[in-house]
Design a protein around this ligand. Structure first.
Ligand code: A3D
Length: 320
């Protein structure tokens, strides 16, 4: 049986890390695409040369020709520009929108049956635009953000409680930006919700509020430290978790930027929501109930995403 084929569109910091993880986890053959001459070929060869020590057999290749992604089962898109200190994700909109057009057309022409995971920022608007440009079914195009934002939240909580990260679950909804909504009520340590842990004296409400804010600022914290780009190890790991859920039909319940039409009171838009990912792509959106405060935070986040989508429509008249 042929190995699955994984196409990585963008071979920069995240693209290279995705390729390495896909190889080490033996998820399939990897083809890296980039417009930068030699970059995808060089990274692919470098990773292939780790195969004898690591013990994987997957094929690694690099290309600047979309024809080489033909028949890909999964496409993970990181093509575009990343933030530098002082920039917001939204500052990337104009330039990355043009990139999404060429990527969307390339995927439509050569890998129309792929499960597509977008990582390029500003995430929720870019995944919407990528779906529009590619014309793929909505359930087969989604964005990675919630898994990363939840992982950051889980890491900070595990540190605060001095417990294993494996026993901390967290829930972050909404757009991937300053308005994201970490939901304390739905986040737990071994099933015990965070508000109960505050009551039990494990932490204070002030400390929990600070952790929630640090989660919202998680991307900027890393940009500030790196100074030359944005986070890439955890973003790559998060997207690989989603790709693996699809390739192995795991039915994982993962938050991602999915097309929501009907659930959570939304009509036809991309935003971060809990989903079930399996061989059908985004198979379900989990229609959770929010209280008044949570709903109002989610509404602000939805409004911010809608503003970015409108900005895309203002830039490219083919988008309606
Ligand atoms: P970087 O290392 O700059 O890699 C981007 C790559 O895209 C470069 O190698 C470019 O040559 C390539 N590229 C540019 N234009 C094209 C094109 N038209 N076709 C193909 N390739 C192209 O960035 P990175 O890997 O650090 O980040 C990639 C994207 O992910 C950025 O937009 C980041 O803002 C975004 N990002 C998102 C998250 C989320 O959680 C959603 C987290 C971190 C980064």
């Amino acid at each position: 049986m042929a190995r699955p084929k994984i196409a990585l569109i963008g071979a920069g910091n995240i693209g290279g890390t995705l390729a390495h993880l896909a190889a080490v986890k033996e998820l399939g053959d990897v083809v890296m695409f980039d417009i930068a001459d030699g970059l995808p070929q060089g990274k692919a060869l470098d990773i292939a040369e780790s195969g004898p020590s690591e013990g994987f057999d997957a094929n690694m290749s690099g290309t600047s020709d979309y024809a080489d992604i033909a028949g890909a089962d999964v496409c993970i898109v990181t093509a575009g520009v990343a933030r530098k200190p002082g920039m917001s994700r939204d500052d990337l909109l104009g330039i990355n929108l043009k990139v999404m057009k060429s990527v969307g057309e390339g995927i439509a022409a050569h890998a129309p049956n792929a499960f597509v995971i977008c990582i390029t920022n500003p995430l929720d608007a870019m995944v919407w635009a990528l779906r529009e440009f590619s014309g793929l079914p909505h359930n087969m195009v989604c964005g990675m953000a919630g898994v990363l934002d939840s992982a950051r939240f889980r890491h900070f909580l595990a540190d605060e409680f001095d417990v294993s990260m494996r026993d901390v679950t967290a829930f972050v909804l909404g757009g991937h930006g300053d308005t994201m909504v970490p939901l304390a009520r739905y986040s737990t340590v071994a099933g015990i919700p965070l508000p109960d842990l505050v009551d039990m004296g494990w932490t204070t409400q002030d400390k929990l509020d600070a952790i929630i804010q640090r989660t919202r600022d998680g991307g900027a914290e890393i940009v500030g430290l790196l100074k030359t780009g944005s986070a890439f190890y955890a973003p790559a790991t998060s997207a690989i978790e989603m790709a693996e859920a699809f390739l192995k039909d795991q039915k994982r319940v993962l938050p991602c930027a999915a097309y929501v039409d009907g659930a959570l009171g939304l009509n036809g838009m991309y935003v971060g929501v809990p989903t079930v990912i399996g061989k059908g792509g985004v198979e379900r959106v989990v229609d959770i109930k929010m209280n008044k405060d949570e709903q109002s935070m989610f509404d602000s986040s939805v409004a911010a995403v809608k503003g970015l989508v409108d900005a895309c429509k203002g830039i490219d008249s083919s988008l309606t």
